[in-house]
Design a protein. Structure first.
Length: 257
């Protein structure tokens, strides 16, 4: 059941929810990385290509290999303008194909063995190359859908965590990078905000992520109760707009030269 909840196969639905959040955090992340142009990148767990497109547009790469296990997500990604340079192909983070700078955008907590995933990133990167990632802080209210998790818990309903949620902690990320002998390790918190037109916009958009799969299994009465709780919880301005904040832990390091 948990595996099904974290299998993202609808690129358009994912774009409405997490694609937008990914770009908001990704902009800050790339500003922080400040990579030189002309790198060869691997974007691990690229999903529908939202972050990959930022790499192509912002970083002047000579090559981007973008890999993901979901063919439907990749089909969406291949329709993006980024496909003029990026190569989207099916794969996973356990067997990376080519040496390059390596990044995981909102992925490391989905990797069954985060240590092996980081080891693979370090293995493929050239000496002096960048190994970097960012992940929603799953234990300190950073996840964009954390309000759903809190309200569902109050109703006795569990919204499953990603399989390697502990890897989202900044201390865990530091240990993973240090254990691989990476140097110049730095971390930061990325905080972003997103505004929704109204509650219906927030609710409908949120159903495109894993929370929607859980809500689909709930009794109609429980769904209405959850909506009532969420309406009461979320702040709205005079026009009914909802501005929601999320934060991610980011890390970067370099392979020794």
């Amino acid at each position: 059941m948990t595996e099904r909840l974290f299998r993202f196969n609808d690129g358009a639905a994912y774009e409405r929810m997490m694609g937008t959040w990914s770009r908001l955090a990704g902009e800050v992340f790339l500003n922080w990385l400040a990579p030189r142009p002309g790198l060869r990148w691997i974007d691990i767990g690229c999903g529908n290509g939202a972050f990959t497109e930022l790499l192509v547009d912002r970083c002047a790469p000579v090559e981007v290999q973008a890999i993901d296990p979901s063919e439907p997500q990749l089909a969406y990604a291949r329709a993006r303008p980024a496909a003029r340079l990026a190569q989207f192909r099916q794969g996973d983070a356990m067997a990376l194909p080519l040496p390059s700078a390596a990044v995981m955008a909102l992925v490391i907590f989905f990797v069954p063995n985060p240590a092996k995933g980081v080891a693979e990133m370090a293995r493929v990167v050239r000496p002096g190359g960048i190994v970097a990632a960012y992940a929603w802080d799953m234990f300190d209210g950073g996840f964009p859908l954390d309000s759903f998790r809190v309200e569902m818990r109050s109703m006795g309903i569990t919204l499953p965590l990603p399989p390697s949620a502990d890897a989202s902690r900044v201390e865990a990320l530091q240990d993973l990078w240090a254990d691989e002998g990476l140097e110049e390790i730095e971390t930061r918190v990325i905080t972003v905000q997103r505004t929704f037109a109204d509650f219906d916009d927030f609710w409908t958009t949120s159903m495109g992520a894993s929370v929607g799969q859980t809500v689909a299994t709930m009794a109609p009465g429980d769904v209405e109760q959850l909506k009532m709780r969420m309406r009461a919880r979320l702040p709205t301005d005079a026009a009914g707009h909802i501005t929601y904040e999320a934060h991610a832990n980011a890390i970067k390091g370099r392979l020794p030269r």
